[in-house]
Design a protein around this ligand. Structure first.
Ligand code: AMP
Ligand code: MG
Length: 420
């Protein structure tokens, strides 16, 4: 009996293109402002009114007629933020004004308080001395000077962070159409696995992948759903897989996709839907499996991640993160790439491109003093050694080749964590 895989070994770029073709944005939903942080806008948002909606003072000071110039004036009232003044600034008078207050009728400029001096009241009348000559319009924000009426403040596809949410609030968009967070079901497979709170019996190890992937899904903006551990028994697995398919947009399994006799994931997915990818030319992560299953007319994405924790997490970053971004409406779902200088020589692999885990740190001395990222390897790159992912914020894209890349060689790096 042959044990050759029936699946062609696809280049990473081709495999990613297949995944991204299947991953289409989830239907947008009208969502209240406090819940949209981190999501992508699915509509164009315009300003229904100008901002400011009235000529507003940018200083605390006195609203004046600019042409009147320096001199002593009667203060006819206070123009404060939040209300329209009920008086007019006429010749010989000025009005006290606060930052953000509407300019009273008759005035055409503001003199800041530092350029004035309060005089003693005369017959109960407040008086002020103005020292500065200002131009008409000084220290006034004209109507619409920040945002014009009808102006587009956010385009569809915008990532909603603090500034964008501030803009939505300011134009009164209390609910907006956004792409929802993808729901991601996570299932570990393997007879050897026990939960972290359990002692390990003979032949057992603790399940790291489930908790690791839950954290990774949260970090990618998804909503994880825990399906627990499925033993390598044909009777248990399908039931858990069905639950994941029905309750989530994406199902992640780990383990059971290699060439062993108890590797049940590929045959199950072949029966249940369409397997698009069964092997990828990459190190680590070769057995990554990708399938779609139609549930009530909706295509659900299934990633059969390899069992080795490093392979699991590397393939998660390379394929699942872009897929989740696509579902969540990101216009560009790819991981960002930067260039990095090797801090030590790194061997390449003659059969597969390697995704070498490294920590990138900005180094001012690189690139003839212009600065650049220095990539320090996380050490032994064994696919079972999760310590090789600890502190890694990048995957160095080492080409498939014989030989060793020297110290200082510049390689491209996919960013998977915070850059420091
Ligand atoms: P498999 O793909 O099921 O043959 O698993 C490959 C390797 O990964 C084996 O050494 C498994 O014990 C290990 N492994 C599988 N699943 C997990 C998991 N959830 N946590 C930690 N190690 C795992
Ligand atoms: Mg297994």
């Amino acid at each position: 009996m042959s044990v050759e895989s029936a699946y062609p070994m696809l280049p990473v770029a081709d495999a990613l293109a297949i995944v991204l073709e299947q991953a289409q944005p989830l239907p947008a939903r009208l969502t209240p402002l406090p819940e949209v942080v981190g999501l992508v806008l699915a509509e164009t948002v315009r300003a229904p009114e100008p901002l400011p909606p009235f000529p507003a003072s940018t200083k605390d000071g006195y609203a004046v007629l600019a042409a009147a110039g320096p001199g002593d004036y009667t203060v006819i009232g206070d123009a404060t933020a939040g209300r329209m003044a009920d008086f007019t600034v006429a010749a010989g008078t000025v009005a006290y004004i606060t930052t953000g207050a509407p300019l009273p009728a008759g005035a055409d400029a503001v003199v800041m308080v530092e350029e004035t001096e309060l005089l003693p009241t005369r017959n109960g009348t407040r008086r002020v001395r103005v020292h500065q000559q200002v131009r008409a319009g000084a220290d006034i924000r004209p109507v619409g000077s920040d945002i014009q009426q009808g102006e587009t403040v956010l385009d569809a596809g915008a990532h909603l962070g603090a500034a964008e949410i501030g803009l939505l609030a300011t134009v009164g968009a209390a609910q907006v159409q956004v792409y929802p967070r993808p729901r991601v079901a996570i299932l570990s497979t393997g007879d050897e696995l026990v939960d972290p709170d359990q002692p390990i019996g003979p032949g057992q190890i603790r399940d790291s992948n489930r908790f690791m992937l839950q954290a990774a899904v949260l970090a990618a903006g998804g909503v994880p759903l825990d399906l627990g551990i499925a033993a390598d028994t044909p009777s248990v697995l399908p039931e858990k897989v069905e639950r994941g398919l029905h309750e989530a947009d994406v199902l992640l399994t780990s383990g059971g996709v290699s060439m062993g006799e108890l590797d049940l994931i590929k045959p199950l997915l072949e029966r249940r839907g369409q397997v698009h990818i069964g092997r990828i030319r990459m190190k680590p992560g070769k057995p990554l499996t990708f399938a779609t299953v139609l549930i009530d007319g909706q295509p659900k994405l299934v990633f059969g991640l390899p069992g080795n924790p490093v392979s699991s997490l590397v393939t998660y970053y390379l394929f699942v993160v872009p897929a989740l971004r696509k579902l969540a409406g990101w216009p560009d779902p790819h991981l960002p790439r930067v260039q990095a200088h090797l801090a030590q020589p790194l061997p390449m692999d003659g059969y597969r491109p390697e995704y070498h885990r490294a920590t990138l740190v900005w180094d001012d001395s690189l690139n003839s003093g212009n600065g650049g990222y220095l990539a320090t390897s996380t050490g032994s790159q064994s696919s079972s050694r999760l310590l090789s992912m600890r502190t890694a914020n990048a995957l160095l894209e080492l080409p498939q080749a014989e030989g060793v890349l020297p110290v200082g060689a510049v390689v491209s790096a996919l960013v998977i964590g915070e850059l420091h």
